[in-house]
Design a protein around this ligand. Structure first.
Ligand SMILES: [Zn+2]
Length: 65
């Protein structure tokens, strides 16, 4: 079985003390939970997922390659 190498975008969560918001890449969230749910971003359609597993399932379903 061949391994398909996915190009993934993992964005670390940073807390901005000045704005009191969580930042993931260029996006800003009020709660850590929301930020966490958008850590993994699909490079094809820009949908965001909470885990690599979800992203991988999404890619298989939505982009099937
Ligand atoms: Zn996608």
């Amino acid at each position: 079985m061949s391994v398909i190498k996915y190009k993934v975008n993992h964005n670390p969560i940073t807390y901005n003390h000045r704005t009191r918001m969580y930042e993931v890449g260029r996006r800003v969230f009020q709660s850590y939970q929301d930020a966490k749910a958008s850590q993994w971003q699909c490079d094809k359609c820009k949908n965001a997922f909470a885990s690599f597993k979800e992203l991988r399932v999404h890619k298989n379903k939505a982009h099937a390659y």
